[in-house]
Write a new protein. Structure first.
Length: 583
């Protein structure tokens, strides 16, 4: 957890320093109370004392209490401010770190776990900082200061207090020993709760369609029960601590007064008043010592879980992204949208077999190249090497004559209009989803309308209640699959890129819309290179070049007509979709 504190800003360190000053002042005021109480006791027991003197000491006690409360409020204010801003910083850093992850780093963490780390884990750390500034700093200062005030007041009372402290430390240590493994387990169980709940919400239609509510309920009840039992174990263990601490405090008070009674009974009359005063003072200071250890116990209860959370946060922050930005901002001046694969092979980390093997092809500016093959042949993997979602294991991927690994990532992404296999829309409006992201092109409403029109989405958008300002639900759940796909394509068109990448992005469109969209797209975006992954021959038969993949290898390159004559794999795919007359 200490390593996380390097994320504290200068302002927050200053507030921590101010908090420490006020904590010391608060301890000083708290420890002054027994002194005033001793004076009142002596005045009450001394014949001839005036009420004015007693009231004066009482007034000082009242002012001390008010001062202690005031300092406590100030410390609480600064502690809350530090914890809140630190929590915000951690959430921001975790979010930005995840945003920079490549597909490989993302595969190391589940989505549910990343959500837990960004929310619940940060809250645990934040809570410890809030309580720590108020208790962790105060407790040792108060304990040491109080002990220094009472060590010479009576050896018998000191021994009684020491025994109580030792018993308290031993019991606390044993409790923490048994509960620490459970605290470590608790965060993983919270991940499981988020995972099952998120899975159920995302697949709610399928769950209902298959009458699988009972099955999903059983899954949730299992993970919920696991978390509940773990929390019950830790809560019960910790709940036993509070009555035990109360027992220790009561026992110490009883021991002090019992020892005091014996000492006063055996003392000379002149010494009785001093012993009585010392007993009252010692009792108050002893309670301060026990209270200090009780505050430390509260922190130790929270610390193990927060430490586990801090480790989980650091796992994310310490993950080094494998996709590192280069420093090239532009390609060669005489090229634009030129893509070349040079003997590219790719395998996933820790995998033994290559997904792509010795892939080479070139596509010039304004040309359309398509990729087709059976499921698992490596089409999407190949096309994902262009925007560097993965890096080639062997060989080079060049855009405009520059290796994609040398590009500044922002410059590389600004060259590309990417449409994923599954259309992704964000909560907002039609306009905000099409005019999305930071690119090299500033678009107007007319540009957005034109992009939607090219993507064949004008009719359904203008039939929506507020047209281009109509709301889009998270994930586009309030529109159809084909409509989502067309808005996703419009977003890529609106970016005015050098290269379009369509990763099986026409699958939800009917054949007529598919053909009209591609025809208009070619007319309106002349000079833009298109790379298309498709399953349907009808989508790619007009491409300038078609690359046929089988088990990660190129088994054919050429036009539709050429491949029908020379490539067996392409012939099989074509004959599975069309009869001879249609071909």
């Amino acid at each position: 957890m200490i390593k996380l504190f390097k994320n504290l800003k200068t302002k927050e360190w200053i507030m921590i320093g101010i908090s420490v000053v006020f904590v010391v002042l608060q301890v000083y005021l708290d420890l002054k109370l027994p002194d005033y109480m001793s004076q009142v006791t002596i005045l009450v027991q001394t014949p001839g004392s005036e009420m004015k003197e007693i009231l004066q000491q009482g007034g000082l006690m009242l002012l001390t209490v008010l001062g202690s409360v005031t300092t406590a409020v100030i410390v609480g204010y600064f502690a809350s401010s530090v914890a809140s801003t630190f929590g915000a910083t951690l959430r921001d850093k975790v979010f930005n770190q995840v945003d920079a992850f490549s597909m490989q780093e993302l595969s190391n963490f589940s989505t549910a776990s990343l959500i837990t780390r960004t929310t619940n884990d940060v809250n645990q750390v934040q809570m410890v900082i809030t309580m720590g500034l108020q208790m962790m700093i105060k407790a040792p200062i108060m304990a040491i200061w109080a002990i220094s005030k009472i060590y010479d007041k009576g050896i018998e009372w000191s021994l009684a207090t020491l025994v109580a402290v030792v018993v308290l430390v031993v019991v606390t240590s044993l409790t923490m020993l048994f509960t620490l493994p459970k605290f470590k387990k608790m965060q993983k169980l919270t991940d499981n709760i988020n995972k099952v709940a998120r899975e159920n919400l995302q697949g709610l239609r399928v769950v209902r369609a298959y009458n699988a509510e009972d099955y999903q309920n059983e899954k949730f009840e299992k993970v919920n029960e696991d978390l509940t039992q773990t929390q019950l174990f830790t809560s019960r263990a910790m709940s036993l601590m509070m009555p035990f601490i109360s027992l220790i405090m009561s026992s110490v008070t009883l021991a002090i007064f019992w020892i005091g009674a014996i000492l006063i009974n055996e003392a000379a009359p002149m010494d009785s008043l001093t012993l009585f005063s010392n007993m009252v003072v010692f009792s108050s200071y002893a309670m301060q010592v026990i209270m200090s250890f009780m505050m430390l116990v509260v922190i130790f209860i929270m610390l193990p879980r927060a430490n586990v959370s801090a480790q989980r946060i650091r796992e994310v922050l310490d993950s080094v992204p494998l996709i590192v930005s280069g420093d090239v901002n532009e390609g060669l001046e005489n090229l634009s949208g030129h893509v070349e694969f040079k003997n590219v092979s790719f395998k996933y980390p820790d995998a033994s077999d290559y997904v792509l093997d010795d892939i080479s092809f070139t596509v010039n500016q304004g040309e359309t190249i398509a990729f087709i093959g059976s499921t698992g042949s490596g089409k999407s993997t190949l096309i994902n090497l262009v925007p560097r979602f993965f890096d080639a294991t062997v060989g080079q991927v060049l855009i405009d004559g520059v290796d994609v690994k040398d590009y500044d990532l922002n410059a590389l992404y600004n060259k590309i209009g990417y449409v994923p296999q599954t259309a992704v829309l964000f909560s907002g409006t039609v306009e905000s989803n099409v005019n999305f992201g930071e690119g090299s092109y500033e678009s107007t409403l007319d540009d957005i309308k034109e992009s939607i029109e090219i993507a064949q989405g004008k009719d359904f958008v203008e039939n929506m209640p507020e047209q281009y300002e109509s709301d889009i639900a998270r994930g586009g759940k309030n529109i159809s699959g084909g409509q989502k796909q067309r808005l996703s394509i419009a977003r890529a068109i609106n970016r005015k890129p050098e290269i379009f990448i369509f990763d099986d992005s026409f699958s939800a469109l009917d054949y007529k819309t598919d053909r009209v969209l591609r025809t208009v797209l070619k007319e309106k975006t002349k000079g833009v290179t298109s790379m298309i992954v498709a399953q349907r021959i009808g989508t790619i038969m007009d491409a300038d070049k078609i690359v046929v993949l089988d088990s990660g290898k190129i088994v054919g390159q050429g036009t539709h007509e050429e491949l029908l004559k020379t490539c067996t794999v392409y012939q099989e795919i074509a004959h599975s979709q069309f009869n001879k007359e249609e071909l």
